[in-house]
Structures are given as structure tokens and as C-alpha cells.
Design a protein around this ligand. Structure first.
Ligand code: SHN
Ligand code: NAI
Length: 210
């Protein structure tokens, strides 16, 4: 059996986090910007979780987990320090629910990979639970290799590709351009801006011909 990496949109989806400790906080911090409807079930929670609840970013139900808390959950993150509670929560999950069992790599049906995000670029590293620490180490190496400048670079690549699509340049030439943009010098803002200006001119010329 092998695991398949996917990117997932959680906007408006109900995500239930069981437990409110260090691990629940870490998983939540990666979920806050997803637009998901986040609910934490835990009698006690880390200060940051309490703050997020006060700010209205999440719901915090200050109580022990009960099976009804799993109702309608699209995803569950199970992260209490009590194996019996974790097992109860897993059992309560709907068969179609995405379940992250943080305390047992073999249980559940999704893992969170270590994640480098640079704007539109995402690099996820997974060891399938063999060594989360190696995943973290590789993430740190990738963070150094793909520094913050990649965020702007991805915006450039996106815009340049959209503009190219609007020109009348033949497909194989378009692909040559796109490949060219992957060369090192295009990481520089000046060249990015100059290229976008030229592409905009090409698009305008096409409009003039129409
Ligand atoms: C299966 C998985 C399920 C899941 O959580 O999704 C899982 C499971 C478990 N982790 C455990 C321990 C640790 N996990 C970390 C760190 C991270 N763990 C993450 C993911 C995953 N951990 C998923 C597989 C990822 C993969 O390998 O592909 C990362 C990558 C992402 C994230 O957490 O978002 C994040 C790095 C964050 C970053 O990038 O900075 C550290 C180090 C640290 O905290 O610094 C330790 C202590 C050292 C050690 O034990 O190795 C234990 C034992 C618990 C116990 O002792 O009871 C289990 C349970 C088990 O092994 O059964
Ligand atoms: N996946 C990962 O990356 C890692 C997972 N772990 C595992 O995650 C588990 C949790 O670790 P931490 O967050 O550090 O523990 P923690 O002690 O900081 O937090 C445990 C939380 O569970 C809550 N809890 C206890 N009983 C509950 C109940 N009946 N209903 C709802 N909530 C309840 C507590 O209120 C507390 O907020 C550990 O047992 C460990 O096995 C540990 C390290 C890394």
C-alpha cells in the first residue's frame, strides 16, 4: 500500500480537532488560513488556542470529547494524550471522514507532511511516518534553498504565463519562453518587470490587430 500526496481546499469545511495541547496547536497553526470552520474539543487548551478562540478564528468547546462531536466533520485531527480517547474519536469518525491520528502513524487515513510555502509554491515532505524529524530537517534545507524571493518569482511566472496565453505566439515557442523563465536570472525583479512589460506589449499588439 502506498500513500498519495494531494493538495486540498478546506474553505467552509468542518474540521474538528480533538485535544488542545502542543500538537493540536501545531496542526491548527497550519489550518488557520484555510478558510475551514475549525472546532477544538478539549477541556484544557494551549494559550494560543484560547487566544484564537477569543479572536473568533476558531470555536473552542471546553469539554471532554463525545462521539457526537464527530458529526458532520469533513476532517478530524485527533491529538489528545489519552490513547483511549484517541481510539474513541477514531471510532466516532464517519467512514468518509479524513482522519489524522497524530499519536499513531498507522491509524487514520491522512498525515500532515512538513511544509515549505513560498506564495504559490508548496513543497511538502513526507516520510510516511518513518521519521518526522527527517521530514523537518529536509524542510529546513529546502527553506534555505527556496528562499523568500520565490514568492515574488511565482507571481512573475503566473502572470507571465497568463500573458503568454493571450498572445499569438505558436505553442512550441510559448513553451520555450516558459522554460527560459526557469533560468536563474529570472529570479531578479528587474528582469521579471522588463519581461512582463514586453509580454504586455505583445498582448496589446494582438489586440490592435483584432
Ligand atoms: C504520521 C504523522 C501523523 C501526523 O501527525 O500527521 C506523525 C506521527 C507522529 N509524530 C511523532 C513524533 C514527532 N513528530 C514530530 C514532528 C512532526 N511530525 C509531523 C508529521 C507527522 N507525525 C506525520 C508523518 C509525517 C512524515 O513523516 O511523513 C510533521 C512533519 C508535520 C506536522 O506535525 O505538521 C512535524 C514536523 C513539523 C515541522 O515541519 O516543523 C517530532 C519532532 C518535533 O516535534 O520537532 C516528533 C518527536 C520525535 C519523534 O518521535 O520522531 C509521533 C510519536 C509521538 C509519541 O511519542 O507518542 C507520531 C506517532 C507515531 O509515530 O506513531
Ligand atoms: N504527530 C505528531 O507530530 C506528534 C504527535 N505526538 C502525540 O500527540 C499526543 C498529544 O501530544 P501533545 O499535544 O504534546 O500533548 P498535550 O499534553 O500538550 O495535550 C493533550 C491535550 O489533550 C487534551 N485531552 C485530554 N483528554 C481529553 C478528552 N477526553 N477530550 C478532549 N481532549 C482531551 C488535553 O486537554 C490537552 O489539551 C501525544 O500523546 C503524542 O502521542 C507527539 C509528538 C508529535
Amino acid at each position: 500500500m502506498t500513500v498519495i500526496p494531494i493538495m486540498i481546499e478546506l474553505e467552509g469545511k468542518r474540521v474538528v480537532i480533538v485535544g488542545g495541547g502542543r500538537i493540536a496547536k501545531r496542526k491548527l497553526s497550519g489550518l488557520l488560513d484555510s478558510g475551514a470552520e475549525l472546532t477544538v474539543i478539549s477541556p484544557v487548551a494551549a494559550p494560543e488556542i484560547a487566544e484564537w478562540a477569543e479572536e473568533g478564528k476558531i470555536n473552542w468547546k471546553q469539554k471532554n470529547f463525545e462521539p457526537t462531536d464527530a458529526e458532520d466533520a469533513f476532517m478530524m485531527v485527533i491529538a489528545t494524550d489519552d490513547p483511549a480517547v484517541n481510539a474513541e474519536a477514531r471510532k466516532a469518525a464517519h467512514p468518509h471522514c479524513l482522519v489524522n491520528a497524530s499519536a499513531e502513524a498507522k491509524a487514520g487515513n491522512i498525515h500532515f507532511p512538513a511544509h515549505v510555502k513560498r506564495g504559490k509554491l508548496s513543497i511538502a515532505v513526507s516520510t510516511n511516518g518513518a521519521s518526522p524529524m527527517l521530514a523537518k530537517k529536509i524542510k529546513q534545507e529546502l527553506q534555505a534553498q527556496f528562499d523568500e524571493s520565490y514568492e515574488r518569482y511565482l507571481e512573475f511566472l503566473f502572470e507571465a504565463r497568463q500573458l503568454l496565453k493571450k498572445t499569438q505566439i505558436p505553442q512550441n515557442t510559448k513553451e520555450e519562453y516558459l522554460r527560459g523563465f526557469l533560468d536563474e536570472p529570472f529570479l531578479q525583479t528587474a528582469l521579471q518587470q522588463e519581461t512582463l512589460r514586453e509580454l504586455r506589449r505583445l498582448v496589446d499588439r494582438k489586440k490592435d490587430l483584432e
